[in-house]
Ligand binder design. Structure first.
Ligand SMILES: C[S@@+](CC[C@H](N)C(=O)[O-])C[C@H]1O[C@@H](n2cnc3c(N)ncnc32)[C@H](O)[C@@H]1O
Length: 277
């Protein structure tokens, strides 16, 4: 099978598995690039090259996994987040495009130059902490996480990218103080979401997704700790669910935070809470 034949074959397999044509086309290309190790313009220049038997076997295996709704990034072993190529592994949340907005909102509240102390709570693959450090190398960036597997992955990503972040195996604010900004994409899905959840979520660690009946079992204690961990004037930025973000905003106001705002994602759903100590 040539590369262009393999591409058509992979696209058809994904379409038959129920993916819309555009998605099937894009994913077929990514899978083939990964299997052949040849990307972009070179792939097309050499479109008539023949796949080796081992590559055909790898493609077949990858298509079977994707048809079973395993997330594409886990099959590829990488995900792109804020322009950084991160390694991803089963059991650690694959960073999502909507979380890139959280990074943008954090950068808006941080100095362009000059020092600031920042904490990413529940860092997972390290995505947010590493994106912040990449964008503003002068920041002192900390990242907390309770999952050892996630911390291993985050440290490996930091090493590979050459970014200096202090990773802490500790819950929530890890006893830090005088922080200028706390950012977090905590587990925030209400338990009720489980029933209708997309099949892809079955591959993610439950502890990275669900947080009690209202989805605030991690964010609520984080709000309480943030008041003590932030320097006066410091910012708290959280990614939450449209069903619970307004409730936590009210709790933030009651707890004495100022400039409390609920902000939308690109699909205009209420997703982010911003508050100032
Ligand atoms: C939704 S994932 C976010 C991962 C990553 N920040 C991202 O945006 O891709 C939530 C992460 O928070 C971690 N976590 C859960 N409870 C925590 C806690 N109390 N303190 C610190 N991390 C926690 C989970 O292990 C998981 O890795």
């Amino acid at each position: 099978m040539t590369r262009s034949e393999a591409l058509r074959y992979a696209r058809t397999r994904l379409e038959e598995a129920g993916f819309p044509t555009r998605q099937a086309e894009a994913e077929a290309r990514q899978l083939l690039e990964s299997v052949t190790g040849v990307r972009g313009a070179r792939f097309w220049r050499e479109a008539q090259a023949t796949l080796e038997p081992a590559q055909e076997r790898l493609l077949e295996e990858a298509l079977g996994r994707r048809a079973a709704r395993e997330p594409l990034q886990l099959i590829l072993g990488t995900a792109v987040f804020c322009g950084l190529e991160l390694e991803v592994r089963p059991g650690v949340l694959v960073p999502r495009p909507e979380t890139e907005r959280l990074v943008e909102l954090a950068l808006e509240r941080l100095p362009e130059s000059g020092p600031a102390r920042v904490l990413d709570v529940g860092t997972g693959s390290g995505a947010i902490a590493l994106a912040l450090k990449q964008a503003r190398p002068q920041l002192e960036v900390y990242a907390s996480e309770v999952s050892e597997g996630a911390l291993d992955l985050a440290r490996a990503n930091a090493r590979r990218l050459g970014l200096a972040v202090t990773f802490l195996h500790a819950p929530l604010t890890a006893g830090l103080a005088d922080l200028n900004l706390i950012v977090s994409n905590p587990p925030y899905l209400p338990e009720t979401y489980r029933k209708g959840a997309p099949a892809e979520l079955a591959w993610e660690a439950e502890s990275a997704l669900y947080a009690g009946a209202d989805g605030l079992a991690v964010a609520r204690p984080l709000l309480a700790e943030a008041a003590g961990a932030l320097a006066p004037g410091g910012w708290l930025l959280l990614e939450l669910d449209p069903t619970n973000v307004h409730a936590l905003a009210r709790e933030a106001r009651r707890a004495g935070f100022s400039e409390v705002a609920v902000l939308p994602d690109l699909a205009r759903r209420a997703r982010f809470l911003r508050a100032r100590r």
